[in-house]
Design a protein around this ligand. Structure first.
Ligand code: SF4
Length: 386
């Protein structure tokens, strides 16, 4: 097992390394080996944050886990996702594995060629194309004039060649890209010549990300069959993930934003962020899910959290993720889950009042004589959106 397998565990060579390794997954699970905890982290971060990178650091040398635990965490994560048995969870997991992989590829490509030749833990574009049987379908575009990249660029020569321009055969192009990514991806808007489409390097990476995503999603969820023991041993981890992604839905958010009526758990998180303290992944997810749950748009959440440690890009990513249109909106975690994460301290035993922060807030809004809406205040002081 080498560092490259750990970094790209969906590669065929990584699969072979796992198959030929003298380790048994049931045994790893039964002994709660580090790979199991890393697998839980992999799935949890995929579902909550769209990445599978370890929180303990970024590749290379990123993780507190060794290469073996990293690599073996991948098949165990696939088991966890299979046990979750939720299509949206599978989609998000595969998308997160792909996004993380392409992020690593990007970093590898930035590595100086000379360094790459002595480092076995980086991949080049050729390696990646070969991995997905695209070596013959993609080539540098000898006809691309400098500056002419991807969409809309006319075919033809010019002074100098654009080193970041490629041609991909139309079949793989159609298989790996989607017109839903935007008009520029439609074939009619592309420079097409000799059965190949011009793409920039970034566009090629987007197509490769789709290839990784398809490979990761392939075969998920699988039946555990003879591995029922593994399922039993992973039961509590699966239950935690399910709880975290409680699939209850809410008919109507209260549609009023009064900070004074927020539950203590959310107020504490906001104070923490306002004091410039970084929130953990679970804390940030809980807060974002609550704010989205009470009807705030991503723009409003960004404005609401403007003077906190939360950065606008991260907020936007997480809130858009929470409100996407694929039927995967996640309501805020329950009080019980938040207590397990140390976010709820059950002040005044008010866990008795409602099962989750959103219900608690709804009750407080319904009972309040006077409500001050943050949106109205914003418009009055001229900070609201036009
Ligand atoms: S009981 Fe629920 S609503 Fe109240 S602080 Fe805890 S998590 Fe928040």
């Amino acid at each position: 097992m080498d560092a490259l397998d750990a970094k790209y565990p969906f590669f065929a060579s990584a699969r072979e390394a796992v198959a030929s390794a003298a380790v048994s997954l049931p045994e790893l699970v039964a002994t709660d080996a580090p790979a199991v905890d890393r697998a839980r982290e992999r799935v949890e971060r995929a579902l909550l944050e769209g990445t599978v990178a370890s929180e303990s650091g970024a590749f290379p040398g990123e993780s507190a886990y060794d290469a073996q635990a990293e690599l073996l965490s991948y098949p165990i994560a696939r088991i966890l996702v299979s046990l979750l048995d939720s299509d949206p969870a599978i989609e998000k997991y595969a998308a997160a594995e792909a996004a993380t992989a392409v992020e690593r590829v990007r970093r590898d490509l930035e590595t100086d060629d000379e360094l790459r030749s002595v480092s076995t833990a980086t991949v080049g574009l050729d390696d990646l194309l070969a991995e997905f049987d695209l070596a013959d379908a993609v080539r540098p575009d000898a006809t691309a004039p400098a500056g002419a990249r991807g969409a809309g660029a006319a075919a033809g020569g010019g002074a100098g060649r654009d080193p970041d321009s490629y041609r991909i055969d139309v079949g793989p192009y159609l298989r790996l890209t989607s017109p839903e990514w935007g008009d520029s991806w439609r074939l009619v808007n592309r420079a097409l010549a000799d059965g190949a489409v011009r793409v920039s390097r970034e566009e090629l990476l987007a197509a490769l990300e789709a290839a990784v995503e398809a490979r990761v999603a392939e075969g998920l969820p699988f039946e555990l069959g003879a591995d029922e023991e593994i399922a039993a041993a992973l039961e509590s981890r699966v239950a935690d993930l399910r709880r975290l992604l409680s699939e209850r839905t809410y008919a109507e958010p209260p549609d009023v934003i009064d900070r004074d009526l927020f539950p203590p758990c959310m107020t504490n998180l906001i104070h923490k962020a306002e004091n410039d303290t970084e929130l953990s992944a679970a804390e940030s997810f809980a807060l974002m899910a609550f704010l989205v749950g009470i009807g705030m748009t991503p723009d409003e959440v960004v404005a609401f959290c403007a003077d906190t440690s939360l950065d606008a890009e991260g907020i936007r990513y997480q809130t858009e993720f929470l409100t996407d249109d694929r039927g995967t909106q996640y309501p805020p975690p329950t009080c019980e889950t938040l207590a397990n994460y140390g976010i709820c301290h059950n002040e005044g035993d008010h866990m008795q009042v409602a099962p989750d922060p959103l219900s608690y807030y709804e009750k407080r809004v319904a009972a309040a004589d006077d409500v001050t809406d943050w949106r109205a205040d914003r418009e009055t002081d001229g900070t609201g959106a036009a």
